[in-house]
Design a protein around this ligand. Structure first.
Ligand SMILES: NC(=O)c1ccc[n+]([C@@H]2O[C@H](COP(=O)([O-])OP(=O)(O)OC[C@H]3O[C@@H](n4cnc5c(N)ncnc54)[C@H](OP(=O)(O)O)[C@@H]3O)[C@@H](O)[C@H]2O)c1
Length: 326
């Protein structure tokens, strides 16, 4: 089978499409014929050795897929060969076949095609966990989303609206902000041309956002924390800007703000029931038309290298989907 392979940490350009043997499922795994795999920012980090998860070499990037089960491990129950499924797998998805643990494997919902299924789990899973469980976002509250036109950002906008919040989307270009409005953002801030804190103050009657969702880090984190209300919740989701910010803790003290770390993968590893419950709600929202991944590009395996470079350089909007068989 063909797979995009990483043999050592290094430049993204080192990734190559190769012919490799089909992987063999372990006792609690299934083998999936990949119909679609979605790109996420961690794919750019993991091949450069910059991600917390360090897979053994050689490996393929690609953290989430949708496809058809080709073979079952000895202990697997509840799934059959031929089932249409979606899976969150960490790595291995940019390939014609991949392995998935049954821990984060789900049947593909009615009305969800392979491309939407591939682009569903990680971004919505992370953002629902962050907003509902970590921040306890309530209807009527104001949610500020940074990096809002990215994968987890767009999901946070839609989930914020589904939970009844007023959503302020912040991003770096007007084109990205137009996309945010198209999925439901009530207000927008261009944080390359406007002062984030002043604009959020103006939009909230000087109160600030009740919840701030930050997958960007860098210089935007402190501005986002300053834009957070008295006893507001600031969610540390990621550091796409590359720099892990060092925040003056007086900003937490002055307004009794809560700074909350979000680690979805570890949270669902510790409690599988959370994954099942959250995916059920997300599928209900999908069926009701309240959430739907924005797929901006469809690429083959060789084109995925360029897309991984572009997501690392802030040049991707919404979700890129890789179709391993073209
Ligand atoms: N904590 C968790 O459980 C969890 C789960 C999934 C993902 N994450 C993390 O969340 C972050 C976002 O992931 P994603 O897949 O949504 O990424 P994405 O689609 O690339 O979105 C990230 C956004 O960050 C902004 N950004 C600002 N400076 C950037 C820079 N120098 N380079 C790249 N992007 C920059 C960009 O928006 P603007 O151009 O508008 O600023 C971009 O749209 C990543 O750090 C990822 O590791 C965390």
């Amino acid at each position: 089978m063909k797979a995009l392979m990483c043999h050592a940490y290094g430049p993204i350009d080192n990734l190559k499409v190769e012919d490799v043997p089909s992987p063999q499922p372990g006792p609690d795994q299934v083998l999936i014929t990949v119909k679609a795999a979605a790109l996420n920012f961690p794919d750019a980090l993991v091949v450069q050795g910059l991600y917390q998860h360090k897979p053994t070499f050689p490996f393929s990037p690609g953290g989430e897929v949708a496809g058809v089960i080709k073979a079952l491990g000895a202990n697997v129950t509840g799934f059959s060969v031929g089932d249409r499924v979606l899976a969150s797998i960490g790595t291995g998805g940019f390939a014609e076949e991949c392995l998935a643990s049954t821990l984060r494997l789900m049947p593909l919902a009615d009305g969800m095609d392979f491309e939407l299924g591939a682009a569903f789990t990680l971004t919505y899973g992370t953002s629902l966990h962050a907003l509902q469980r970590c921040a306890q976002l309530k209807a009527g509250e104001t949610l500020l989303v940074l990096g809002a036109a990215g994968g987890v950002g767009l999901a946070a906008i839609e989930i914020g609206k589904a939970l009844g919040a007023r959503v302020i989307a912040a991003a770096s270009t007007d084109e990205k902000l137009a996309l945010c409005r198209s999925v439901g953002a009530d207000e927008t801030v261009n944080y390359t041309t406007e002062d984030l804190r002043k604009r959020v103050d103006a939009l909230t009657g000087d109160k600030g956002a009740d919840v701030t969702y930050d997958p960007v880090g860098g210089k935007y984190a402190e501005a986002g924390l300053r834009a957070t209300a008295w006893r507001g919740r600031f969610l540390v989701v990621g550091f796409a800007a590359g720099e892990i910010p060092k925040i003056p803790l007086n900003l937490a003290l002055l307004k009794e703000r809560f700074i909350i770390g979000v680690h979805w993968g570890e949270a669902v590893r510790r409690d599988r029931s959370e994954f099942t419950t959250d995916m059920k709600l997300l599928h209900e929202w999908f069926a009701a038309g309240r959430i739907k991944p924005v797929i901006s590009e469809r690429l083959d395996l060789a084109q995925a290298v360029d897309a991984i470079k572009r997501i690392a350089n802030r040049q991707v909007m919404g979700k890129v989907v890789v179709l391993p068989r073209g």
